[in-house]
Design a protein. Sequence first.
Length: 268
Amino acid sequence: MNKKIFSDNEICDIIERYQNGLSCRKISMIYDVSVTPIKRILKERNLLRKGYSNGKKITLTEEQEILIKKMYLNDFKTPPEISEKLKLNVHFIEKIIYNSEYSRTVGESISLRQTGKKRRDEVRETLKIAQQKLAKSGNRKQTGGVCKTYVVEGIKCVGTYEKFYIEKLRKENKKLPKNSGSINTPYGVYYPDFLNNDSYIEIKSDYTYDVLIGKKVNRWSRKFDKQQLRKIKWVNRNIFPVDILVIDKRNNNIIKKEIKWALGATEQ
């Protein structure tokens, strides 16, 4: 079996998951590895929690069981927070929640901790360094979270939505666009996703489109951020039209959004 080599981004993800209450065992299941390399990563960074079991079986009262469930489901507390509050071993709390019928999925846990919660300083600094390395490498444009890069028909796709778009065009025997270079705007550098004969192409999911138009908060900055919208408006007016396409992967559909708001509008 080949030894798993973790990237900087995977290490950041492991650290964040662990510090937000996920156990080494559950993290190892996500990455399909044994617990040993996960513990090694955490131990090397002095982040691995020590067990405090004295070998005695812990029996919870009915009131404690109800309280743990309430804190986890209603108060959105993590296992470490519950452990500190109830003065119980954090691994014991993790085990109870993991084996319960109300344990959150990994996706739900990630979504919850990214909404309205501030990352720990050491995690934020580690993620910042990793993002800076990616930006300097030129492997992907830096827009927030870390996305995997694919190459389809010689076209670089950042993330699964761009990949879906190119693959759908290929299946339908439609002309494929090209990768586009960066564009300097008064609001910063704009990175169009693709370029075809008559427009730039901007690929969005429902969520990222809502962030673009200021309907939802950016989960990374935790702010309403219209900076990219300003760039797109400027490029649409001064350089080349921009087509905004929202990808609906579930229904195998591509929705073209109207860009009347971009034509001749003055950004406040």
